[in-house]
Design a protein around this ligand. Sequence first.
Ligand code: GLU
Length: 454
Amino acid sequence: MNDTSSLHPILQPTFETVLQRNPGEAEFQQAVFEVMQSMSPIVGTHKRYAGRSIVQRICEPERQIIFRVPWVDDKGEIQINRGFRVEFNSALGPFKGGLRFHPSVNLSIIKFLGFEQTFKNALTGLPIGGGKGGSDFDPKGRSDGEVMRFCQSFMTELYRHIGEYTDVPAGDIGVGGREIGYLFGQYKRITNRYEAGVITGKGITWGGSQARKEATGYGTVFFADEMLRRVNDSFEGKRVVVSGSGNVALYAIEKATQLGAKVVACSDSSGFVVDEDGLDLEALITLKEVNRGRLHEYVEGRPHAVHTPTGQGSSIWDVPTDVALPCATQNELDESHARTLVKNGLKLVAEGANMPTTPGAMALFQSAGVLYAPGKASNAGGVATSALEMQQNASRDSWDFETTEERLRQIMIDIHDDVVNTAEEFGRPGDYVTGANVAGFIKVADAMLALGVI
Ligand code: GLU
């Protein structure tokens, strides 16, 4: 899969070392390979990045914590999960990144996420390092009480590793406002301190930020809007497909609709729904966020909506669209999906999820001339707004929705311009992958070089 010979000769032994040191960690290897492929234009010409093992150091997490999470379910039975926190890079600020609760979570997934987070956070221009954590706990079908007991047990270990100046977790897949509440509550209880800045994604009345919940989805659409603007186009009248139906997807649907697009499809793990009238966001929010229901319930009473269950040979990427916003999970969009999308007239992809597009699909989009933005640039609005939440906590202030959303919009415009300018500077105009990887790398590497060999 990862053809080492396609890398710059200076990087080949470094990537071989990554493969040897992280055996079997396919997602982590994939994420590192993608960044290294983008590095060719700079390692040959900028000797400072080729020497002193800077690339190798960037691929090695500063600290990796794995711990047991025992808890008691509603039947009184003891359950054991595995908890992770990978503190990847703190050259630019305290480790920062979400927690993912999903049965697929393992060390490879958390390391790939932490690695990507480091570059993403650098692109925001805000003082945050990169980290990620989570557990193989599956919140699906669990009662509130079970989720609370799990979160309390998880934090009983995690609290000793985190802090406003050390490591600041937040949410990711399976971790939303409810889980952040239970996690922060346990942290507060154990430490006897109201340290709001220790975690982000909090509720508005207890230290959270306006627009944080919406930020990843909104930010992805703001970024895509800039991509369209660059080619004198806009969302007005565009047909849009958004995969997923979690926090990121729902608010991407909302913002794209506000900008004049018609969002016709979204999905969850059990299938996808197409509504040619345009998705009814209020109904989706009630279904997914309030009732924690499944998507097939959406079609009841809607004559133009069709639900297709997973495993029937078709996927959401069969739905013809101008714009695709993958907002579900890693490697959800493969080469054959990409081929179908291109055949159906796709113009733009902006990733709301982390690494949702496989390398083959990414190459296909780029060679077909589809505008393509990698998640580490286009979905950076979530973590950027977490950094704004940290600012509000540090100054004991709280901003209104409009102020916060406008800060987010400006940050996304700045990231877009930084990525575009970097791609141009390094001879790859319009290549958002090279632009994002190189711009993020330079910020992190320069700080690491300045701080010495640590
Ligand atoms: N989990 C989100 C991401 O992938 C947000 C992390 C945060 O807010 O710290 O960027």
